[in-house]
Design a protein around this ligand. Structure first.
Ligand SMILES: Cc1cc2nc3c(=O)[nH]c(=O)nc-3n(C[C@H](O)[C@H](O)[C@H](O)COP(=O)(O)OP(=O)(O)OC[C@H]3O[C@@H](n4cnc5c(N)ncnc54)[C@H](O)[C@@H]3O)c2cc1C
Length: 476
């Protein structure tokens, strides 16, 4: 995994948890339950290189062990950092010496999968890929998908309220969650592991933990609602004259009767072409005019033939209507895989053009074309050599972007922030779409968040975690 973020702490070997506390943790967790030896050298730090800087990792294997760790840490004032797959992109899992990393790697069982009810109950360390595979055996799908599927855990996804490719259809992770079990900072276990959609039993406290990035408790089990799997897929890469036309094409496919639109990922030309080039896939994008915006669409029907026919009919209609210029349909699984590589291997642009500032914003679809054009113009005014690599989930308007000149440019950070965030609040968008706040967007939240909401957030944090030991310094 490529580390994209700088180390938070310069000395990852320093252990500041007192020896007697480490001994108590070892006793509590048994052999293999606590690691304090060469953690940085033997575990994958994931996306944020500072994730393992605490140097001490607890691996509870049961909810009781999790509860006892939290109680011990609470009694001794040891701050905890929950970690799942360490794929988070906002630095929410970063740690520093003196803190205890609490990994869910051993809480990795699918506890129940009920094909009739279409529900699953899992421990937090189950990866999305594991659950996708188990669900598929019963003709079901998780209803959420993202490129980090083989490492991202369900606990991490719930804690960041992950979105991904299918959010426009099935909502974000929050909408998939039926029930939760979590250990609160006090050491109490919140047991709300419902498996039903309707349970109006007063304040829906579990909603506070969803998207809290580990600041209000550690999730130990999750009940999820699954969706039917539609195995017959058709995939196409479409060249559109611009984002407005891509939105029109999205709406055409979304509203069309027959196979469902499963994914609609938009890629502006610089991003698509540089990524394709880095992957040796220039030929895949060669069909499109140079300035075209690309739309990667996937539909799912009863069979691959039905899906392909559906795409052919509606893409022909889109070309006639001027929404698309040309399109290539994937003829087999390998061609489909290559199309998805151009979308999912987003690091290629960063490799070719390093030192960029990354953003994860939401823009209402109707405002997207105007937002993108204004952003490109503003970036060009800051520096004519500046590149904006723009791509994202068109279905819900969640855009990812990197702004870079290819050289280090700390002097431009504030100006680039202003260029990216300009107009977002006014059009009803968001400066923080799906990756969460973590460490990286704290300043943005403090500056751009609604004051009343921020005050309530602090009150809630204080009420649940008065000692401030649950993932301190993150979010607020
Ligand atoms: C290639 C790639 C593509 C991605 N694509 C998407 C995408 O399309 N959509 C999207 O939303 N995200 C995406 N992400 C981000 C990432 O996959 C998600 O944020 C993911 O949900 C985090 O899961 P994790 O297990 O890796 O959590 P971690 O990174 O380990 O932790 C993330 C946060 O959750 C907290 N946490 C973890 N487990 C628990 C728990 N059991 N209880 C309480 N808190 C916990 C941590 O403290 C931290 O704050 C992508 C990441 C990569 C690397």
């Amino acid at each position: 995994m490529i580390a994209r973020h700088p180390a938070i702490n310069p000395d990852p070997t320093m252990h500041a948890i007192a020896d007697d506390s480490l001994d108590a943790l070892r006793k509590l967790l048994g052999p293999g339950g606590l690691r304090s030896d060469d953690v940085a050298g033997t575990l994958d730090p994931g996306i944020t290189t500072g994730n393992l800087d605490a140097g001490v990792v607890a691996f509870p294997a049961t909810v009781e062990e999790m509860r006892d760790i939290v109680r011990l840490c609470s009694a001794r004032g040891i701050p905890m950092v929950p970690q799942g797959g360490r794929t988070g992109l906002a630095g929410g899992a970063a740690s520093s010496p003196g803190q205890l990393i609490v990994s869910t790697a051993r809480l990795n069982r699918i506890l129940d999968l009920d094909p009739l009810a279409g529900t699953a109950v899992v421990e937090p360390g189950v990866t999305l890929g594991q659950l996708q595979q188990a669900a598929a055996e019963h003709g079901l799908s998780v209803g959420i998908d993202l490129a980090a599927r083989d490492s991202a855990t369900i606990g991490g996804m719930v804690s960041t309220n992950a979105g991904g490719i299918e959010a426009f259809r099935h909502g974000t992770t929050r909408q998939r969650v039926l029930g939760l079990q979590a250990v609160l900072p006090s050491g109490e276990v919140l047991d709300d592991l419902k498996r039903v959609t309707k349970a109006n039993e007063g304040y829906d406290i579990k909603q506070l933990l969803i998207g809290a990035e580990g600041t209000l408790g550690i999730i130990t089990a999750i009940a999820l609602s699954l969706v039917p799997l539609q195995p017959g897929q058709g995939t196409a890469l479409v060249a559109c004259p611009g984002a407005a036309e891509a939105v029109a094409l999205f709406r055409r496919l979304r509203n069309a009767p027959g196979p469902d639109l499963l994914a609609a990922e938009i890629l502006w030309p610089d991003f698509a072409r540089i990524t394709a080039h880095g992957l040796g896939l220039d030929a895949l994008v060669a069909f499109a005019p140079q300035e075209s915006v690309f739309l990667l669409v996937e539909v799912a029907g009863d069979s691959a033939e039905q899906a392909a026919e559906h795409l052919e009919i509606h893409l022909a209609g889109a070309i006639e209507a001027g929404e698309a210029q040309d399109a290539v349909l994937a003829k087999n699984a390998e061609e489909r895989r290559r199309m998805w590589l151009i979308r999912e291997e987003s690091w290629e642009a960063d490799k070719a053009w390093p030192h960029g500032f990354w953003y994860d914003v939401s823009v209402p679809q109707g405002a997207l074309d105007g937002y993108a054009r204004a952003l490109f113009a503003r970036a060009g005014e800051l520096d004519p050599a500046m590149k904006v690599f723009l791509f994202g989930h068109l279905g819900d308007g969640n855009m990812h972007l990197t702004v870079t000149t290819g050289r280090e440019m700390p002097e431009l950070h504030d100006a680039v922030d202003a260029a990216v965030f300009a107009g977002l609040a006014e059009c009803g968008g968001s400066f923080s779409a799906e990756h969460g706040i973590g460490l990286e967007k704290r300043a943005h939240l403090a500056r751009r968040g609604d004051p009343a909401k921020l005050a309530l957030m602090r009150t809630i944090k204080q009420a649940l975690d008065p000692l401030g030991i649950m993932n301190p310094g993150k979010v607020i």
